[in-house]
Design a protein around this ligand. Sequence first.
Ligand SMILES: *Cc1c(COP(=O)(O)O)cnc(C)c1O
Length: 371
Amino acid sequence: MPTIEGAPHAGATLTVDLDAVTANYRILQDRLGGVECAAVVKADGYGLGAVPVGRALAAAGARWFFTAHLDEALALRAALPAPARIAVLNGIWPGLEAAFAEADLLPVLNDAGQIALWRAHGARLGRPLPAVVQIDTGMSRLGLPPAELALLEQQPDRLSGVPVALLISHLACADEPGHPLNAIQLDRFRAARRLFPGVPASLAASSGIFLGRDYHFDLGRPGVALYGVNPTPDAPNPMRPVVRLEARILQVRHIDRGDSVGYGAAHRASRPTKVATVPIGYADGFLRSSSSRGHFLLNGGPAPILGRVSMDLITLDVTDFSSDDARPGATVVAIGDARTVDAVAVDAGSIGYEFLTGLGHRYRRAYLGQA
Ligand SMILES: *Cc1c(COP(=O)(O)O)cnc(C)c1O
């Protein structure tokens, strides 16, 4: 396995298992029954590399891809097979029309002004330009608000000449199956659909897929579950872990009771302690809120984080490990099968989404499986 063991120069290695990503895609497809499954690859594939992840998922059969930004979509367009449909969730503003049309990208139209802009560009080019339309059913973030939906109902020609390839909305509380807003958003989405007869619809992201058939419509739109984060936080994780983050021990020292560790002397030893220093810090996205919380794994056992996470370094308590385990050059696991990104995030007071997307680009990266 090309993990850190195969990389003598690397202080820290982030290994992304593309076979696990495609296995997760199949798990989600399975949940969706016969309904098609898209891939959300915004934020550089949730930090794991939109191009390798996108290629692996295209090879696994994904045809719809979503990014947040136009630039992300342009990079993906160059990397994916031509039939891929790439939609940009953040939508469009004046001046971007040509870039979208030239690269055959679908803007997610989020208000009446964006619809008018895209329609006008199609008229200028003399060809209909397809788009995705998003309805706001309760997020109050992006998407047509109810008043603009009513406007469309009264004046349907505002959309004439814009082939709507997909109608979407986004759930605010899908990770809480019992939350009343789920059913309310479902009802609003169903009502909005009536204005778009024959148009395929998509409501469910990762967690929404696990709310059941009613939420599936014509396309699932998962992101985070593809990357191994648990879409069902109250139940065991049905997804396969995708990420492994390892580092080497740089130095091991013995400190006395009363000695302090790291910035702010935030940790003071209550016993003679063996401290291992490893080359991962908050500049690598290892959140500073992990200070004195959580642990790394050394030979399968927990080595607690001691004191503050600094920019480039973290100090671990390895008192309970033999000098054979806790030695310079030995490997510790920050994230792995037995130390999930969800657990690491919880210890940092965060969520898997934030931890993954923040992991940064200073690690040596290794990809397992086909891309
Ligand atoms: C991010 C996003 C998704 C994917 O969400 P996950 O929870 O990561 O599955 C789907 N749709 C929209 C509109 C999004 O912003």
